[in-house]
Design a protein around this ligand. Structure first.
Ligand SMILES: Nc1ncnc2c1ncn2[C@@H]1O[C@H](COP(=O)(O)OP(=O)(O)O)[C@@H](O)[C@H]1O
Ligand SMILES: [Mg+2]
Length: 278
C-alpha cells in the first residue's frame, strides 16, 4: 500500500462482514483522510458509518468479530498489527453509545483510566483530567457516578475520557446526539479548536447544520460503498444528500429557492450573499 505522508488514515479496499452474517457491510472501501482534516461521515441508519469508524483505529478486527479484507493504516501503523489500545495515542474513539465505554464508579476515575494505561500519572494526570472535564463542561461532577448522570452528561464523560488522552486523531460517532444545542455547540467549538491545533477529526453526524458550520469534507456511504465525497460546501448542496436520508441545510435550501447564483451553506454566508458582501 502506498501511504501519503500527509495521510492520517488510509483505508485500502476494506470489506467487512460481522460474524453473524456473510453480508458485506463495507464492500471495497478505499478512503484517505488527510492529517488536519475535519471530516463528516454521513449515511442512512444502518449504512455502516459506525462500522467504518471501527475500522479506523483497529476496533475492527481486534475487538469485533467478523471478516475484514483490505488494510488500514493509522498514522502509518497497520491496524492489523496494532490494536486499539496500542493505538490510543494515535486515535481516540467516542462510541455512539457512551455506556459501552463507561465502567468506572466516578467521573474522575473514568477519565483517569485511559491516562493511567498510557502511563500518565501524578500531577500531569490530575491536570489533564481537570482540563478535559472543564472543556466538556463537567467540572464539579468529578465524584458523581457516571451511570447516574443524564445521557448527555454520559456522552460528555466519554468525550472527556478521549480528550484527556490527547490523541492525534479523534473518531467520534454521533457524539452530540443526546446533547442540548448549547452543549453540542460547545463540543463542536472544542473540536474546531483542536482541529486548528492540528488534530484530525472524523465525526459521524446526522445533523447537516453542524457539518455546514464545522466540517471541511463530507463522505457519504450507502450499500457498503462511498457514494459522495468532497468539500463540505459542495456535498451539502448536492441533491443526492437527501437520498442518503439527510436534510439539506436550511441556508442551502433558501439559496436554491431564491435562485441565488451562489449557494450558501450557513446562515451567515446567506446573509453575506443577500447583502452583496464578499
Ligand atoms: N455487532 C454486530 N453484529 C452484527 N451485525 C451488526 C453489528 N453491528 C452492526 N451490525 C449491522 O451492520 C449494519 C451497519 O451497522 P452500523 O455500522 O452500526 O450502521 P450505522 O452506524 O450507519 O447506523 C447494520 O445492518 C447493522 O445491523
Ligand atoms: Mg452508527
Amino acid at each position: 500500500m502506498v501511504i501519503g505522508l500527509a495521510d492520517a488514515i488510509s483505508l485500502e479496499n476494506i470489506s467487512f462482514s460481522y460474524s453473524s452474517s456473510p453480508k458485506k457491510i463495507l464492500d471495497g472501501i478505499t478512503l484517505r483522510i488527510a492529517k488536519g482534516g475535519f471530516v463528516g461521515v454521513v449515511g442512512g441508519t444502518g449504512a455502516g458509518k459506525s462500522t467504518l469508524l471501527y475500522c479506523m483505529n483497529g476496533v475492527i478486527p481486534h475487538l469485533v468479530g467478523g471478516r475484514m479484507e483490505g488494510s488500514v493504516s493509522l498514522l502509518g501503523k497497520d491496524t492489523r498489527k496494532n490494536g486499539p489500545s496500542s493505538l490510543a495515542k494515535s486515535a481516540g474513539i467516542v462510541f455512539q453509545d457512551p455506556d459501552s465505554q463507561i465502567f468506572a464508579l466516578s467521573v474522575r476515575e473514568e477519565v483517569e483510566f485511559g491516562l493511567s494505561n498510557l502511563g500518565v500519572n501524578g500531577q500531569e494526570r490530575t491536570s489533564r483530567v481537570e482540563q478535559a472535564l472543564a472543556e466538556t463542561g463537567l467540572s464539579g461532577l468529578e465524584d458523581e457516578n457516571p451511570r447516574e448522570l443524564s445521557a448527555g452528561q454520559r456522552q460528555k464523560v466519554a468525550i472527556a475520557s478521549v480528550l484527556a488522552m490527547d490523541p492525534e486523531v479523534l473518531l467520534l460517532d454521533e457524539p452530540v446526539s443526546s446533547l442540548d444545542w448549547r452543549s453540542a455547540r460547545d463540543i463542536y467549538e472544542l473540536l474546531k479548536g483542536l482541529n486548528q491545533k492540528g488534530k484530525t477529526i472524523v465525526i459521524v453526524e446526522h445533523n447537516t447544520e453542524w457539518l455546514a458550520d464545522y466540517a471541511d469534507r463530507i463522505v457519504g456511504i450507502a450499500n457498503g460503498g462511498i457514494t459522495l465525497d468532497g468539500k463540505a460546501e459542495e456535498i451539502l448542496a448536492d441533491e443526492r444528500l437527501e437520498k442518503l436520508g439527510l436534510k439539506v441545510p436550511c441556508a442551502v435550501q433558501i439559496s436554491c429557492e431564491l435562485g441565488l447564483g451562489e449557494c450558501a451553506h450557513t446562515p451567515r454566508q446567506l446573509v453575506r450573499i443577500l447583502r452583496g458582501v464578499k
